[in-house]
Design a protein around this ligand. Structure first.
Ligand SMILES: [Ca+2]
Ligand SMILES: [Ca+2]
Length: 95
């Protein structure tokens, strides 16, 4: 049974990676990277960045009010990801 599960998991993994286009993989890698940055900035691990924590990143400090779309003075991981996705999108449009 374990072998069957392993084979199934491997198949699922192969199917998933085949389904991803090169661009998807690139975006996934960028999102993994941004998650790591977010977590490293989130000093008290409450899954949001306040202005003190955002001060560790000049891009976040400058864009804080734009990134904080719900205006609660915190950047949630969703807001951060949305911001990063926007940056990636703009970068692709510019190139
Ligand atoms: Ca925090
Ligand atoms: Ca917010």
């Amino acid at each position: 049974m374990k072998k069957f599960l392993l084979a199934f998991a491997t198949l699922a993994l192969v199917a998933t990676s085949n389904a991803l286009s090169a661009q998807d993989i690139e975006t996934d890698a960028a999102q993994d990277d941004s998650t790591a940055i977010f977590e490293s900035l989130d000093a008290n691990k409450d899954a949001s960045l306040d202005k003190t924590e955002a001060a560790g990143d000049s891009e976040l400090t400058e864009g804080f009010s734009l990134i904080d779309t719900d205006k609660d003075d915190r950047i949630s991981s969703e807001e951060y990801k949305a911001h990063k996705a926007q940056v990636i999108k703009e970068g692709q449009a510019a190139s």
